[in-house]
Structures are given as C-alpha cells and as structure tokens.
Design a binder for this molecule. Structure first.
Ligand SMILES: NC(=O)c1ccc[n+]([C@@H]2O[C@H](COP(=O)([O-])OP(=O)(O)OC[C@H]3O[C@@H](n4cnc5c(N)ncnc54)[C@H](OP(=O)(O)O)[C@@H]3O)[C@@H](O)[C@H]2O)c1
Length: 221
C-alpha cells in the first residue's frame, strides 16, 4: 500500500487530497492544527497528526513523530493568503503570518520529510500558485502572497538540487472553490485534486524540479 503525507489537510484542497487518496486505497497521514481539522481527517480514513507549520516547536517534533515511516508522496499544502497590494506596506504581523506558513514552514518541514521519500524514490509536491510566477505576474494584487509563493518555488528548486533521488515539483492547483479561492472560482476541489493526482501519477524525470499546473501543463517560473 502506498503512503501519502498531506501537510495542512484540515479543509480545502488538503482535505480533498486526503479524501481522494484514502478513497483510492492509499494510507493517508494528514496534518491539521485544530481538533475540528483532526476529526475531519479521521472521518475520511486518514491518520491525523497535530501540526502548526508556523510554530517551530510544533514542526521540530515532526520527524520524531513520523519515525521509521517510508513515504511514497508528501504534499505541502498549508498556506495563507494576504490580499494587500504593492501600494500597501504589509504589517510585520501580516508578513510573518504569510511567510511563516507559506515559506518557513516548508523549509522546516521538508528536511524532515524528504529523507523518508528517498528509499522509494518518492515525490514531494509543494502547492504553489500561478500567482507566484515572476514571469506571469502583471498585477500587484496580493503582493505578499505572490512573493511568498515565489519564495516557495525556490524552495522547490533548492530541494530538488539537495535531494536528487526524489521528484520535487511546484504544483498550481488552478483557481479552486475553497475558503481561499472563493465561490467564483471555476474549479471544485474534487476537480482540482483529481487533476493534480493524475499529474503526480504521471511525472517523468523531465518534470523533476519543475513548476506545473494541476493538469500537468508547464508554468513559467
Ligand atoms: N484555492 C485556490 O484557488 C488556490 C490557488 C492557488 C494556490 N492555492 C494554494 O493551495 C493551498 C491550499 O489552499 P486552499 O485553497 O485549500 O485554502 P484554504 O481552504 O484556506 O485552506 C488552507 C489550509 O492551510 C492550512 N494552514 C494555514 N496555516 C497553517 C499553519 N500555520 N499550520 C498548519 N496548517 C495551516 C489551513 O489549516 P487551518 O484550518 O488550521 O487554518 C487549511 O488546511 C495553499 O497553499 C494555497 O496557497 C490555492
């Protein structure tokens, strides 16, 4: 049985990923930081671990809590949005909230998780965003969020270089109907996750270290 670790799976895309992988017969370990999120994970058949990726004390115990695990797939999904534009300086608190969840959390989680993927030459995917593309950005909306996802994309590149035995990708999920994406989004979580699962299942060596959309199409950094 294949094992997937979903970091940030209390709701939205993370919970949909946990739900679909469990339904497909995978062993799913999901993380959440609230009792409600942990209960939702257990209800879809996942093993639930408490983890706040913005709290270094919480993150530091992860490898110990996963001791001995061999993973086939790890997904860094946790993320927060800030809608301020480039004309509005972020507060220190807003900067820390976004950068800690979207970047620091990934940088602290990945070195603990990547070794668990190495034996099986597994895959690590960070859920990034097209909004983090330097090349495609023409708007100052959500500037801090864009900056954080651009930084997360570099985490993907440096991680791939540091762990050449595994596949590491940045994945844009599309614009999806979640608390973050809002109701106007064209994709449901089910559709986005089905497409991301198909993309992850068909990764080839040329995709390693790349930035891909949910449907597998390449995105410019
Ligand atoms: N929806 C879209 O259209 C869209 C588009 C592009 C990229 N994305 C990316 O996709 C990912 C998932 O987004 P979503 O749409 O599912 O958003 P969401 O519904 O707002 O869910 C965000 C998830 O991140 C978790 N999270 C946030 N901060 C955390 C922390 N400090 N520790 C642990 N978990 C934390 C939340 O947990 P709590 O329940 O505890 O808050 C929740 O599970 C994000 O990285 C987002 O940037 C989404």
């Amino acid at each position: 049985m294949s094992t997937v670790l979903v970091i940030g799976a209390s709701r939205g895309l993370g919970l949909a990923l946990a739900t679909q992988y469990a339904a497909a017969g995978w062993r799913v370990i999901g993380t959440a930081r609230s009792p409600e999120g942990l209960s939702r994970l257990q209800a879809v058949g996942a093993e639930a671990l408490s983890l706040d990726v913005s709290d270094p004390a919480s993150v530091s115990g992860l490898s110990w809590r996963l001791d001995g695990e061999k993973l086939d797939l790890a997904l860094y999904v946790a993320g927060v949005m800030d809608k301020g534009d480039a004309q509005t300086p972020p507060t220190r608190e807003a900067f820390d909230a976004v950068m800690h969840a979207n970047v620091l959390g990934a940088m602290q989680v990945i070195p603990q998780v990547a070794p668990m993927l190495q034996e099986g030459h597994g895959t690590l995917a960070c859920i990034s965003s097209r909004m983090g593309s330097l090349a495609l950005t023409q708007s100052s909306d959500a500037a801090l969020y864009r900056i954080s996802k651009a930084a997360l994309n570099m985490v993907v590149r440096t991680t791939q270089a540091g762990y050449p035995d595994i596949a590491v990708v940045a994945l844009h999920p599309g614009w999806v109907q979640t608390d973050m994406g809002g109701r106007a989004a064209p994709l449901t979580p089910r559709e986005s996750v089905a497409a991301m699962r198909a993309t992850l299942a068909s990764l080839k060596p040329e995709h390693h270290g790349q930035f891909l959309s949910h449907d597998g199409s390449p995105l410019a950094w």
